[in-house]
Design a protein around this ligand. Structure first.
Ligand code: SR1
Ligand code: MG
Length: 401
């Protein structure tokens, strides 16, 4: 069937014709529930049995901007193939793919509606005690087994080719590493922070460090990244974590994924400024977020290093001292990428609700200034970071400045 964007009813018709999903004659309801930046997402449910699936279809343009921003449909292939690879390593942490259709650029997958988006949960002040362990395992396993450490050299190089993903990488190159640091038309920020933003545009040492990080993003094919691992790409319950939406997957530097998770915890931290001035509650939630930042790194690194010792196939991996120097560089990369991801969400296109939902502009500006400070400090001070507490110390110091 030639590509066309499906309507709710056409999505029902489509899944009815797939073998093995629903009973013949089932009465299915369909709702388009996509609220992300790019795609259509249909929730399809058999009211009689309660069984449901998600149909996700790529549009030939970026939904957040409209038809003036054409975008490859190949991202649906990237997403479904990345999900299948992740499922191989961490089946309990991603949705199962039931079907992929190249012509229609759509994927039929497991419905996770019993979960909520983590960004929403954090904005509501909820806590997720298993999250750090689960996201640590997700990153350690998917990144290790697709890297030169855990994959056969031929397999790794073939995967690099499968996941070139040039158009979605270009979005990241522009929106994370370039546009926010100059007066670009894509930028969109609160007018009350113009002075701070202009300072960033003039800050040559900062721009140099961001350029170095961009160069790493462009050239360092370490592992198959999720590529867009913010809290809107993570579904949670109190006990479960599911990572969705890997359409930005490509071979890049491992710290980019870890940095994305940490950046989004810290964006929420900054956004806590918008809460009613019930200081005690805010402080304890902020401490929870900082502990989570430390736990995410610590869980990731302990599981990654364990895999390294037990399963690394690359012979040079076992040369004395290598894993320690690798991990040290990794936490510094993580901090730098986290910094860029924080700055882009304040200055550039595609902000986050953690900040944008603060209705009072002045309060929002205070939260945004804190985020800008944290982002810059993480980038500029990353060379001295050796431990997760060095990251949280930077955040605490920025908060009291
Ligand atoms: C035009 S896409 C804007 C942003 O949404 C995605 O989630 C990525 O973060 C991208 O940069
Ligand atoms: Mg997405």
């Amino acid at each position: 069937m030639a590509y066309r964007a499906l309507s709710e009813q056409e999505a029902v018709q489509y899944v009815k014709e797939l073998p093995g999903l629903f009973e013949a004659g089932a009465i299915l309801s369909s709702r388009e529930i996509g609220d992300g930046n790019l795609n259509l997402v249909f929730h399809i449910r058999d009211e009689a049995t309660g069984k449901s699936v998600i149909v996700k279809q790529a549009l030939p343009y970026a939904r957040v901007v409209g038809e003036s921003w054409p975008l490859t449909l190949d991202r649906a292939r990237i997403e479904s193939e990345a999900l299948r690879i992740q499922y191989k390593y961490v089946p309990d942490l991603v949705p199962q793919v039931y079907h992929y259709d190249q012509e229609l650029a759509l994927t039929v997958m497991e419905d996770l509606s019993d979960h909520i988006l983590m960004r929403k949960g954090l904005i509501e002040g909820r806590r997720y005690p298993n999250f750090a362990k689960q996201i640590g395992r997700f990153m350690a396993h998917t990144l290790f087994f697709t890297s030169d450490l855990g994959a056969h050299p031929y397999e790794k190089k073939a995967l690099v080719g499968t996941f070139l993903n040039p158009e979605l990488c270009k979005i990241t190159e522009d929106l994370v590493f370039t546009d926010p640091y100059e007066n670009a038309p894509t930028n969109s920020f609160n007018p009350l922070i113009r002075r701070e933003v202009e300072e960033i545009w003039k800050n040559k040492p900062l721009k140099l460090e961001i350029a170095k990080l961009k160069y790493d993003f462009l050239t360092r094919a370490e592992a198959l990244l999720h590529g867009d691992l913010h809290t809107g790409s993570i579904f949670v319950t109190e006990t479960s974590t599911k990572v969705i939406d890997p359409e930005f997957a490509y071979y890049g530097p491992i710290g980019f994924d870890i940095g994305a998770v940490i950046a989004n915890l810290l964006l929420n931290y900054a956004g806590q400024h918008g809460l009613e001035k019930d200081g005690g509650k805010r402080e304890s939630y902020r401490e929870y977020l900082l502990t989570t930042v430390e736990d995410v790194w610590n869980e990731f690194v302990s599981q990654f290093v364990q895999l390294w010792h037990k399963q690394a196939k690359e012979r040079s991996a076992h040369v004395e001292g290598l894993w320690q120097s690798y991990v040290k560089r990794l936490i510094q990369d993580t901090a730098g990428f986290a910094g860029c991801k924080i700055l882009r969400r304040v200055i550039g296109l595609a902000g986050v609700a953690d900040l944008n939902s603060i209705s009072d502009e002045k309060t929002r500006a205070e939260a945004e200034r804190l985020a800008l400070l944290i982002g810059q400090e993480l980038i500029l001070k990353r060379g001295g970071i050796e431990d997760s507490t060095d990251i949280t110390d930077i955040v605490r110091n920025a908060t009291t400045r």
